[in-house]
Design a protein around this ligand. Structure first.
Ligand code: GSH
Length: 207
């Protein structure tokens, strides 16, 4: 398998972390969505990452981190899957984390790429991001386990941790760890794991 995309994307990173945790060998091609746009388009016409190319099959390319992880999860024995027994709860949480990530990407591009930032869009995104962080903080604070659903790390834990790294990297003004102590502890616990340290790269802003 070939994973395309850089680990400063929370979506690429969550796939890379899961691949390592599953023990699945893969080749990583850290293509930039800007610098490698043309060759990315040839594989994924939406020009987005992550893309997972299933080389051992027929070269099928999967996009969208959730689609990719659902497929990978179906390939491993049940006891290695990264969805907990409380699957609905973890899906729900992952959904909020991923939408939060999408809002962050949108705001980052708005601020970075538009000469004249839309105040309406910026305000809307900031409200959405702040409200979702507050909701996640309340919910994480209500859980005393090591991870969100108990002892085992799940896709939902990974998604939240990757998104929290992303907000610190590219929208730091919206994330004060002291305001979100339960989330900050969650992120610190995840980032201390060897797999999070290995599947990681400093943020490279698009030129
Ligand atoms: N919902 C997608 C989000 C993917 C996404 O937003 N990727 C960004 C990088 S963080 C991207 O490819 N941006 C390039 C673009 O949108 O043109 C997923 O979960 O895979």
């Amino acid at each position: 398998m070939i994973l395309i995309g850089q680990y400063d994307s929370p979506f690429v990173r969550r796939v890379g972390i899961a691949l390592r945790l599953y023990g699945m060998p893969f080749e990583h091609r850290p293509w930039s969505v800007v610098g490698d746009f043309d060759r990315l388009l040839a594989i994924n016409p939406t020009g987005s990452v992550p893309v997972l190319v299933l080389v051992l099959d027929d070269g099928t390319a999967l996009v969208e981190s959730k689609v990719i992880l659902d497929n990978l999860d179906s390939l491993v024995p049940e006891n290695r899957r990264l969805w907990p027994e409380e699957r609905l709860g973890a899906l729900r949480l992952s959904g909020f984390a991923l939408q939060l990530g999408d809002r962050m990407v949108s705001l980052f591009y708005e601020r970075r790429l538009h000469a004249q930032v839309s105040e309406v869009l910026q305000g809307r995104r900031e409200t959405q991001i702040t409200a979702t962080l507050a909701m996640l903080e309340r919910e994480r604070a209500a859980q005393s386990g090591e991870w969100w659903f108990g002892d085992g790390l799940t896709h939902a834990d990974i998604a939240v941790a990757c998104i929290l790294r992303f907000v610190q990297d590219c929208l730091a003004d919206l994330y004060d760890p002291e305001r979100y102590p339960a989330l900050a502890a969650h992120a610190a616990r995840a980032e201390a794991l060897p797999v999070f340290q290995e599947i990681s790269q400093p943020f490279i802003p698009p030129a």
